[in-house]
Design a protein around this ligand. Structure first.
Ligand SMILES: Cc1cc2nc3c(=O)[nH]c(=O)nc-3n(C[C@H](O)[C@H](O)[C@@H](O)COP(=O)(O)OP(=O)(O)OC[C@H]3O[C@@H](n4cnc5c(N)ncnc54)[C@H](O)[C@@H]3O)c2cc1C
Ligand code: SF4
Ligand code: SF4
Length: 601
């Protein structure tokens, strides 16, 4: 029997599951990856220190992993490695009302931290829409998200971090010169094991959606809004009409839907701005969306990839762009989308009056040839954004060829020298931007140069793309397609079976992966397949599912299939239920989530 309390997971299925990211590379690239030998789950900082020594002696790399939601290939192994899953290093150490700060371990999920703070009448200042990701993961990657318009980058809100490096542990406050080397560097210099963050008093947010006939009218509205001194938004986001329409299927049930217009969502947390904002909407001749529709869009902020339900294979590009160039970018993107025959949808989150994080997505296809074509198109799309003055929003693996767009030469030398000092044997996330030298990064550089030179202006390529892109997989809204899983981790946080076992195999994400492997005829060992029976059928995963998959019925059907193939493990199920009911957090978890609607998560 599998011991769910063990801290090393080394079955093929567990390793595959824990290494899965939001954006999955096409299988043909697998030959260029290093192997992940096992998943290690430390529950204390001492254990992290020990694993550095242990793995170093065996010439294996350390791949820090939070909730695996990054999507840029942050946990893609470019060297033989062990994946260090930090989600069990998740204690919230305490809230200090005097300094308005909260301290937690690096694997704490933002969702848990938010809930904890709300209990004191406090809240996070800014947080990722992937509320189910970890504090350490977000500090190590993007750092812009909800409310960044008011509060800026997350690094401005970090008082101090504790980091474990191969050369020892350090506690750094934000004025320390070394602080920057651990923020946004994707776990290449150390593992963030603890963080102290500034927080704010809980406020009441109210959302207003303004709709426009054209993107340029929406941009004019943004420009005027930025200069309105009597309006103090906390969050501002632009959605093109395609992006709003992808959010429609879920609203239809309530009799609401987004009209075919472009939208700007403005979120306020003070009553004083409301009148001036509405007045501005009138002056700019915007259509004010129904308050319920505005509230719906705001409440759905944790589920930006719900499009995965109907379009299981999506690709895209994410950049930071000067707001003054946003209009030009949107115009070019529209043309690009026509020329390549792809259906692009675009969203932009304003992170200041000067800059916005933009992501443009398009549906792809499972077939290798279309996937390869679309990967080149993604790359050309990023290139288009760079031509509008953008910089890539993170590097991970897939943006490795764009390193020079992120770091100046002098900066790169500084960061690289720091890594050499702190991680002399290059064991942390090796082969990524600060060390390089992997076969995959060489391949990607070549592919990027090819897409830049051949893809961008070539009419034959564009024609070919239009033909190939005509067809893309659209999943029926009733059936559950395992590839529709966005790997967002939302279901993990609410799953009582995960609470008891601590193993993602029992979560919706894990079971969908098993389902896919079985459908594809892969061998799944009995003891692994049996994990799918460790389920309380509480439907909480369905409630929070990013892709709005009808999961609860799926579990019944899946168990029937498994029962025929492997037999039902009754004794194991009974032991699991006894363990669940005896768990001190079990009832609290069920109470807390069952009473909430999806919009309150
Ligand atoms: C639905 C969805 C919404 C998203 N919204 C946003 C958003 O609003 N803003 C945004 O910036 N991004 C967003 N992302 C991307 C992603 O969630 C963020 O980059 C970040 O929160 C990842 O955290 P994670 O715990 O999943 O880290 P992982 O994906 O597990 O890891 C990311 C990188 O950080 C490293 N790492 C992980 N934990 C640590 C640690 N403790 N110490 C050192 N290194 C570590 C890993 O090695 C890897 O390189 C979104 C993704 C999804 C799927
Ligand atoms: S139904 Fe409940 S126990 Fe089962 S996978 Fe979903 S959240 Fe977990
Ligand atoms: S099953 Fe749904 S909630 Fe869970 S990871 Fe997949 S998309 Fe996210």
């Amino acid at each position: 029997m599998i011991d769910h309390k063990k801290s090393i997971l080394n079955s093929e299925d567990e390793v595959k599951l824990y290494a899965k990211e939001f954006l999955e590379p096409p299988p043909f690239l697998n030959v260029l990856f290093g192997r992940i030998h096992a998943v290690y789950q430390p529950r204390s900082t001492e254990k992290i220190r020990e694993i550095f020594t242990f793995l170093h002696e065996r010439n294996l790399g350390v791949l820090p992993r939070g909730a695996a939601t990054y999507g840029m290939g942050g946990i893609t192994p470019l060297k033989e490695s062990v994946l260090v899953d930090l989600t069990h290093l998740d204690r919230i150490i305490g809230f200090d009302e005097g300094t308005h700060t909260v301290t937690c371990e690096g694997g704490t999920r933002w969702w848990n931290l938010k809930r904890y703070l709300n209990g004191f009448g406090y809240d996070l200042c800014t947080y990722p829409t992937s509320l189910f990701s970890t504090v350490g993961g977000w500090l190590s990657t993007g750092g812009y998200g909800i409310n960044s318009f008011r509060y800026g980058h997350i690094s401005r809100l970090v008082e101090s971090i504790e980091v474990i490096t191969p050369s020892g542990s350090v506690l750094l406050n934000n004025s320390d010169q070394r602080f920057k080397y651990f923020i946004g560097t994707e776990g290449q210099n150390g593992i963030i094991s603890k963080a102290t963050l500034k927080v704010r008093q809980l406020g009441h947010s109210k959302a207003f959606l303004f709709l426009f006939n054209t993107a340029s009218r929406a941009m004019e509205f943004l420009g005027t809004l930025f200069h309105a001194e009597d309006i103090a938004p906390v969050h501002i986001a632009y959605y093109d009409r395609a992006s709003l329409s992808h959010k429609n299927p879920s609203t239809n049930g309530d009799g609401m839907s987004f009209p075919a217009l472009d939208g700007v969502l403005v979120v306020l947390d003070d009553d004083a701005s409301e009148h001036a904002l509405k007045r501005l909407g009138e002056v700019m001749e915007a259509v004010s969306a129904h308050p319920a529709l505005s509230a719906y869009l705001w409440n759905e902020r944790y589920f930006p990839f719900s499009v995965k339900r109907t379009h299981p294979y999506i690709l895209g590009s994410e950049v930071i762009i000067p707001v003054e160039n946003l209009s030009m970018y949107l115009e070019r993107v529209k043309r690009f989308s026509k020329e390549y025959g792809i259906e692009l949808s675009t969203e932009a989150v304003c992170i200041s009056r000067e800059q916005a994080v933009v992501f443009a997505l398009f549906p792809s296809e499972n077939s290798s040839i279309v996937r390869i074509m679309h990967l080149f198109i993604s790359s050309a799309l990023t290139e288009l954004a760079l031509g509008c003055g953008a910089v890539p929003y993170g590097m991970g693996t897939w943006n490795l060829p764009l390193r020079k767009k992120v770091f100046t030469r002098a900066e790169f030398m500084q960061y690289r020298d720091f890594k050499k000092r702190i991680d002399p044997d290059n064991i942390l996330n090796a082969g990524k931007s600060l060390s390089g030298g992997s076969v995959l990064s060489t391949f990607l550089r070549g592919a990027h140069a090819f897409s830049g030179s051949v893809f961008f202006h070539n009419y034959v390529v564009k024609g070919f793309s239009r033909i190939l892109s005509r067809k893309h997989t659209v999943a029926s809204s009733d059936s559950v397609e395992p590839d529709s899983c966005a790997n967002c981790s939302a279901c993990t946080v609410v799953c009582p079976a995960y609470l008891v076992t601590g193993n993602e195999l029992v979560t919706a994400k894990g079971k969908l992966m098993l389902m896919k492997r079985l459908r594809e005829g892969e061998p799944v060992p009995k003891e692994i397949a049996e994990s799918a029976f460790l389920c309380l059928h509480c439907a909480l995963c369905e409630k929070v599912c990013q892709s709005k998959l009808k999961l609860n019925d799926t579990w019944d059907a899946f168990e029937t299939v498994l029962q025929e193939k492997y037999a039902r493990p009754d004794a194991r199920i009974e032991a699991f239920i006894r363990e669940a009911e005896a768990h001190p957090e079990y009832n609290k978890l069920l109470d807390s989530f069952q009473r909430r609607s999806r919009s309150c998560f």
